[in-house]
Design a protein around this ligand. Structure first.
Ligand code: NAP
Length: 277
């Protein structure tokens, strides 16, 4: 690639029109006065490999990956970080100068940084964590909770087998709880995380009984549309520390932006406002 090419990045998925990432990266490019563009690209599965091998030749320095390609890109990438391998999915690709595709997963990083920023007194070691859901996002959440020293994780999922598989992969600190008993695991938890899509616009409401919530717990919902879900509203009423899901989306983008454009951006009120606009 010649030196005067303007760096391009983007997000690949299908559908991708709703993605907030273009606003986010474009905001940071502007704040830092950098040349570059970030483009949403709707790419179907049959075209994924061809697209990934072609994008670097067009001047792309990397892309974010969203549904449905997060697992599939792992088979195409040449280099995979340990955390992406552990999760089994990648959300960030870096197109290296030597032609190799480097795959990383920054969702867990974004999850932890969001909690650190918005619940500064959060102590992961204070007690067990309760995790609702066992999909792709749950894998990143569980991996990073274990990484920061949560002593025990109670996990509950509608499809129990998926939670069992996760417990198998991540080991002895995980205990699977029946979905109909998910409410019971909240009582003893210091950290509570919803990783299901329940409560999101267009999805059913999260119906897990929430009377186990109590003051002092840190409660995080990965859903960010709406920003205030039923879980967060009830947790707030109980005096819990609540953290919405938007911060995770913002923070997971920080390492990617830094790798692609050479500046480490801040996640601040202006960043949130730019994405919500
Ligand atoms: P996924 O792999 O499809 O997993 C979906 C999860 O939701 C599974 O645990 C699934 O349970 C559960 N679920 C869906 N419909 C349900 C229903 N009707 N009743 C009970 N459980 C139901 O998706 P994902 O990638 O993990 O994403 C999950 C959510 O996290 C999405 O809302 C996504 O937008 C959000 N997310 C946010 C961020 C962020 O940056 N804030 C990052 C990643 C993901 P089953 O296994 O039983 O189907």
């Amino acid at each position: 690639m010649s030196h005067d090419r303007i760096p391009l990045a983007g997000v690949i998925g299908s559908p991708v029109a709703h993605s907030k990432s273009p606003r986010l990266h474009t905001h940071w490019l502007k704040v830092h006065g950098l040349q570059g563009h970030y483009i949403p690209m709707d790419i179907v599965s049959d075209d994924l490999e061809t697209a990934l091998r072609t994008l670097p030749k067009l001047g792309f320095v990397g892309v974010n990956v969203t549904i449905p390609h997060k697992e599939a890109v792992m088979k195409i990438a040449d280099i995979i970080t340990d955390r992406a391998a552990l999760i089994g999915a990648a959300n960030t690709l870096i197109f290296r100068k030597d032609g190799k595709i480097h795959a990383d997963n920054t969702d867990g990083y974004g999850f932890i940084e969001n909690l650190r920023q918005n619940a500064p007194d959060w102590d992961p070691k204070a007690g067990p964590a309760a995790v609702l859901g066992a999909g792709g996002a749950a894998r990143a959440v569980v991996a990073s909770l274990l990484d920061v020293g949560v002593p025990e994780i109670l996990i509950s999922n509608r499809t129990r087998a998926r939670a069992e598989a996760l417990a198998q992969d991540f080991g002895a600190r995980l205990t699977v709880v029946e979905w109909v008993q998910a409410g019971n695991m909240l009582e003893d938890a210091s950290t509570i995380v919803n990783t299901t899509s329940l409560g999101m616009v267009g999805k059913p409401e999260l119906r897990v009984p929430l009377d186990g919530l109590r003051a002092g717990q840190v409660v995080n919902d990965l859903v960010y549309a709406p920003l205030q879900t039923r879980l967060l509203r009830e947790a707030q009423d109980m005096g819990c520390t609540v953290v919405d899901g938007l911060g995770m989306l913002l923070h997971q983008a920080v390492p990617a932006f830094e790798r692609w454009f050479g500046v480490r951006p801040e996640v601040d009120a202006a960043t949130r406002a730019a994405v919500l606009r």
